[in-house]
Design a binder for this molecule. Structure first.
Ligand SMILES: NC(=O)c1ccc[n+]([C@@H]2O[C@H](COP(=O)([O-])OP(=O)(O)OC[C@H]3O[C@@H](n4cnc5c(N)ncnc54)[C@H](OP(=O)(O)O)[C@@H]3O)[C@@H](O)[C@H]2O)c1
Length: 300
């Protein structure tokens, strides 16, 4: 099977490449011109995905049977108040890929986010209504609607706070930046009023392969299944990595007024993941232990 993966050097993309079935022919799309230290274990093509005519050329040549679209501007604060600037990448591109997949008979997997939800006490189901509260979430919600409109058979994956070792030049995630700071003996301030369900990036990749195996379509919420505040999570990271937890200072969202608003509390009921796919993600503790175990293999 020919599978095109956009963002192949990103956090999720690299795990998708690593965990693919050996029978698959993978083409990874990467943007970076400077590839120093980057390891992508598949054939790659450098491409700025906002250049749509080049995107179509690559698609026509490779003729993928599956498109897994992970690439996006994922920095929530970078997108805030710059919604028009990022609409091409975060909405028009997935819409175009979805239409292409519909016309060519390929399966499309689009990476959305928990940010399509605004945060509330009860869990969100796979089919809950979308109510984003920041511009990144607004674009992800627009993209979901457009992808499904173009192609009702599309699979929409909604991960939540993913962690894992990024590529050397890749975007840090809270876990890796907490570890780096604590190792240098720096204090970190972590909010205790944002509740989430941290997800290991490799589990998200496995869930996607699993969903593709069953020809699943529609929205799929994916999380680590255990709800905790960011502060609690930071303490768990310090404990597993044997770092000084006295360097972690509690804060509240109001202490960071320049940042985009975050959903206060997001949890998923994981019905489709656990009942339809029978996929059971690692708990944050199990995930962090694996992260620690894998650190040498990631060349750190
Ligand atoms: N990480 C999370 O906690 C999280 C949570 C919910 C949803 N998501 C979503 O899940 C998906 C994957 O996330 P991730 O953490 O793996 O993201 P990531 O590590 O930031 O990777 C994103 C990838 O997209 C590529 N990209 C961005 N703009 C591009 C362009 N114009 N042309 C070509 N490539 C481009 C980046 O290339 P460069 O390396 O060159 O920048 C990078 O490889 C994203 O859609 C994100 O919004 C992530």
């Amino acid at each position: 099977m020919r599978v095109l993966i956009s963002g192949a050097n990103g956090l999720l993309g690299q795990h998708l490449v690593q965990s693919r079935s050996q029978e698959f022919e993978i083409l990874g799309i990467i943007r970076s011109k400077n590839l120093t230290g980057i390891r992508v274990e598949c054939e790659t093509r450098e491409l700025d995905l906002t250049q749509f005519s080049e995107v179509i050329q690559v698609l026509d040549t490779f003729a993928p049977e599956v498109i897994i679209h992970t690439a996006a501007e994922g920095r929530v604060d970078a997108v805030q108040e710059r919604i028009d600037e990022f609409r091409t990448l975060n909405v028009k591109l997935p819409s175009l890929l979805s239409k292409y997949a519909k016309n060519s008979g390929a399966q499309i997997v689009h990476l959305s986010s928990n940010a399509v939800f605004g945060g509330r006490a009860e869990s969100y189901s796979d089919y809950s209504g979308l109510d984003p509260i920041n511009d990144y979430g607004v674009l992800k919600a627009e993209a979901e609607r457009s992808v499904i409109e173009q192609n009702p058979g599309a699979l929409i994956i909604r991960p939540i706070l993913m962690y894992g070792w990024p590529q050397p030049s890749g975007r840090q995630n809270p876990v890796t930046s907490w570890i780096a700071n604590l190792r240098e003996g720096k204090k970190i301030r972590v909010v205790d009023d944002v509740w989430t369900e941290p997800l290991a990036a490799w589990d998200c990749a496995e869930a996607i392969w699993c969903a593709l195996d069953t020809d699943m379509s529609g929205p799929l919420n994916v999380s680590g299944g255990v709800k905790m505040s960011l502060l609690e999570f930071a303490h768990k990271v310090a404990s597993v990595f044997e770092l000084d937890s006295s360097l972690i200072e509690p804060a509240s969202s109001g202490d960071f007024p320049t940042l985009a608003p975050r959903p206060g509390s997001t949890s998923f009921d994981l019905k489709r993941l656990t009942e339809e796919l029978r996929f059971h993600p690692l708990s944050p503790l199990e995930g962090l232990e694996k992260l620690k175990h894998d650190e040498p293999a990631m060349g750190r």
